[in-house]
Ligand binder design. Structure first.
Ligand SMILES: NC(=O)c1ccc[n+]([C@@H]2O[C@H](COP(=O)([O-])OP(=O)(O)OC[C@H]3O[C@@H](n4cnc5c(N)ncnc54)[C@H](O)[C@@H]3O)[C@@H](O)[C@H]2O)c1
Length: 316
């Protein structure tokens, strides 16, 4: 386990980062750099831990980010505008935050001689039809007329930036591509978060189109297992990893029905046309993560939904 390191986490107040930090905080100094547009950390028991420093700042503010990066051993770069509605409402800002933000982080890592850079990409880079996608498959991104794809494009450019910087400047990098991560403290956007919250209030649940779109759902604890392995493994350096759970795969309609059943909800399912381009199928191939990281997702869908629902019941 990594210990004695100073770890700067951009977007550290976010959902996934808050879980990663919980695993690292006892044995490391953690510096969060986040503009607090979202704040999952406030629900975490470690929010006032003695090893935690919180710096409120924007990744577009390169001087402040630089200051924060001083003395860091590792940078986890998770700050991003994420979620198709947030992206749709701020397309130019998405491109700026995700692309200029990673540029600023990489420049700062170079300047401050940080040893390792952890890049968060996305499964969206596989496009609308992604069945058992492997890391070296060709990325597919729709046209500029469809706002959704700006997110995938910004993240894909971030991957290329990351690995180019590593080649040119000689520090260690790893890219992860999360596939639909969910669980306690997801307070931004996410189908499970929205459906569970509505189910608990017996409100109508929207399912777009006929609900036959297919997704694989990865419980956050499984994601963090794999992520920590990417931080520790020397074999992971310079690599890209799909992290998801192909065994927890269902249609969107099946997901809504399962959530209603598990929460004993009286919610009704309401079908609406999807407002933009849709991803019809997204299932990862995780054989590379299994082989190199010994990653084995353990939390299947109903167990994960029960854990997530218990959290939303208490906190939302
Ligand atoms: N959750 C998923 O299923 C998923 C899937 C694919 C990729 N990802 C990627 O994983 C990372 C973490 O995702 P998450 O689900 O925890 O999202 P999140 O929205 O909960 O976390 C992102 C954090 O970044 C911060 N942030 C946003 N803009 C910023 C800016 N300009 N400057 C500083 N901080 C800023 C937000 O306040 C938030 O705390 C993101 O890079 C996201 O794109 C997540």
């Amino acid at each position: 386990m990594i210990s004695g390191a100073r770890i700067v986490v951009t977007g550290g107040a976010g959902f996934i980062s808050s879980h990663i930090i919980e695993r690292l905080i006892e044995k490391n100094q953690i510096v969060i750099y986040d503009n607090l547009k979202r704040n999952a950390l406030r629900y975490s028991p470690i929010k006032e831990h003695k090893n935690l420093t919180m710096v409120q700042g924007d990744v577009l503010d390169s001087a402040k980010l630089d200051e924060c990066m001083k003395g860091a051993d590792i940078c986890i770069h998770a700050a991003a505008i994420a979620g198709i509605y947030s992206v749709g409402n701020q397309v130019t800002r998405t491109m700026k935050v995700n692309l200029i933000g990673i540029y600023n982080a990489l420049e700062s890592v170079c300047k401050n001689k940080v040893g390792r850079f952890m890049d968060f990409s996305t499964s969206e880079i596989y496009g609308p039809f992604s069945y058992r996608s492997k890391e070296d498959d060709v990325a597919k991104i729709g046209p500029a007329s469809e706002k959704r794809w700006i997110y995938a494009l910004s993240k894909l450019a971030g991957e290329h930036f990351t690995h180019a910087y590593a080649d040119d400047f000689g520090f260690d990098v790893v890219t992860v591509r999360p596939f639909n991560v969910y669980g306690p403290r997801q307070v931004g956007e996410g189908a499970i978060q929205q459906m569970v919250s509505r189910a608990l209030n017996n409100e109508d649940i929207t399912v777009y189109n006929d609900g036959s779109q297919i997704r694989s759902w990865c419980f956050v604890d499984d994601f963090v297992d794999a992520f920590i392995a990417t931080m520790e493994s020397t074999e992971a350096v310079g690599e890209i990893f799909n992290i998801g759970n192909p065994q927890a795969t269902t249609t969107v309609l099946g997901l809504a029905e399962t959530i209603i059943r598990l929460t004993n909800s009286k919610s009704k399912i309401v079908h609406k046309p999807h407002p933009g381009p849709e991803v019809e199928i997204r299932i990862p191939d995780i054989s590379k993560s299994k082989a190199l990281l010994k990653y084995e997702p353990r939390v299947m869908l109903e167990e994960g939904l029960m854990k997530a629902s218990a959290w939303y019941r208490e906190f939302n």
